[in-house]
Design a protein around this ligand. Structure first.
Ligand SMILES: NC(=O)c1ccc[n+]([C@@H]2O[C@H](COP(=O)([O-])OP(=O)(O)OC[C@H]3O[C@@H](n4cnc5c(N)ncnc54)[C@H](O)[C@@H]3O)[C@@H](O)[C@H]2O)c1
Length: 387
């Protein structure tokens, strides 16, 4: 057994509780030795969770990066603050596991991809939905060629629960422009899943982006995003919303279909998947078992633990993790491309034009685009487009 991976945690919010905590307290070969958070109360909570003493707690992450025995850091602060921390971690010689999205700004995301390569260090994304049993099941069926060539992947996430951030910090940060976008940016999981299931890189995106659920609150970011993505030989549709709505997935292939449903048509990944079945070209149905169905509430924790095992092994065996930084950068470009499409009324080619304000500034660049007079996004006053 190779030596234990000593880890530092930067940002001890809600995702740590239900995701990283089970991994960092249960996975062999990984040990949390220090924690940094700017909020005193969150440091105290983290000390309790991980049984750390005062000497292992830091208000300033730079001090944590100075600890020699730490080989890798997990960075789970809100995305706006992550890029400089990632660069500092590389400068200190640490591997990085980054929460999603990689950044709010495509130019910064590409900078991180380059910095990891130059430092010869791993940068892995927390793209934990790869490890949820229902999506792993779909991927396995596709890889087996069960429905032939994939044609259209429809991912429905219209019932995403709008969880606030930690009360001791700023619970509502996801509803500010600093979040870089709304439900689509937050649930970028669906976007990287689309690329992974299709097995190719996206070429074009078009979208409607609106805020009907929060219309009374003068929202600045979206709660509804309906997008279509073109790949070289396939398409994907993502239907994403905070509130109540249909969840699941419908995948069409040259030789059949795959369908995933959650209990009461809820959305993944916190809810219980209840059926995964395929239909062949003769309309014969086959039901497929989804691993761990009975213990679905543990699936989130388990997905993070498996992701941490992948990160640990990527470092130990000097191989790429399942979701390297480049996958995070591509997913971010699809999200920003969708926002740009909704505002301009045009299909957006990917990768984004590096001269585009959206590539350079993320959502802050939206106001510099030539907005379409009939844009629903503009009418809703999102992304700084309020008159
Ligand atoms: N992979 C997933 O399934 C998943 C789930 C939830 C959240 N997330 C991501 O994790 C990140 C955090 O989300 P959350 O819900 O835990 O947020 P949160 O608001 O609950 O926690 C953020 C924490 O970061 C701390 N912080 C802020 N700035 C800091 C700094 N400069 N240095 C150190 N600590 C700092 C805050 O004090 C707080 O404890 C977000 O990027 C979010 O997108 C991922």
């Amino acid at each position: 057994m190779s030596k234990t991976l000593k880890v530092g945690l930067i940002g001890c919010g809600n995702v740590v509780n239900y995701g990283h905590r089970p991994a960092l307290t249960g996975l062999p070969g990984v040990e949390l030795v220090a924690l940094a958070d700017i909020t005193l109360a969150r440091r105290a909570i983290g000390a309790d969770w991980f049984n750390l003493n005062d000497g292992q707690l830091y208000a300033d992450y730079h001090d944590l990066l100075g600890i020699d025995e730490i080989e890798a850091v997990v960075i789970a602060v809100p995305q706006k603050f992550r890029p400089p921390i990632v660069l500092d971690a590389f400068a200190a010689g640490k591997h990085v596991l980054s929460e999603k999205p990689i950044s709010n700004v495509p130019a910064l995301a590409d900078q991180l991809v380059r910095a990891a390569a130059e430092a010869d260090l791993k940068m892995a994304m927390v793209h934990n939905y790869h490890f949820l049993p229902e999506f792993r099941g779909i991927k396995r069926l596709l890889d087996q060629g069960l429905i032939g060539d994939i044609r259209v992947a429809m991912l429905h996430f219209l019932g995403v629960i709008d969880y606030p951030g930690a009360a001791e910090y700023q619970a509502d940060w996801r509803h500010t422009l600093a979040a870089g976008g709304g439900v689509l940016m937050d649930m970028i999981h669906a976007v990287y899943l689309a690329e992974w299931l299709v097995g190719a890189e996206a070429q074009q995106v078009m979208a409607f982006v609106d805020a009907p659920e929060y219309a009374q609150r003068k929202p600045v970011i979206e709660d509804l995003a309906l997008l279509q993505i073109a790949f070289p030989n396939a398409y994907a549709a993502i239907h994403m919303g905070w509130g109540e709505g249909v969840g699941g997935a419908d995948i069409s292939g040259s030789d059949g279909q795959i369908r995933l449903r959650y209990k009461q048509y809820q959305s993944g990944g916190f809810n219980q998947p209840i059926e995964l079945y395929s239909v062949d070209s003769d309309w014969q149905r086959t039901d497929h078992a989804i691993a761990n169905l009975e213990e679905h509430l543990d699936n989130t924790a388990r997905s993070f633990t498996e992701l941490w095992a992948d990160f640990r092994d990527a470092i130990r065996h000097d191989r790429e993790p399942i979701a390297p930084a480049a996958a995070g950068a591509r997913a971010l470009q699809i999200v920003l491309g969708a926002y740009a499409s909704a505002v301009t009324g045009r299909v957006v080619s990917l990768p984004l034009d590096e001269a585009s304000p959206v590539y350079q500034k993320g959502i802050a660049g939206i106001v510099e685009l030539d907005a379409w007079a009939d844009s629903k996004t503009k009418a809703a006053g999102l992304f700084g487009l309020r008159d």
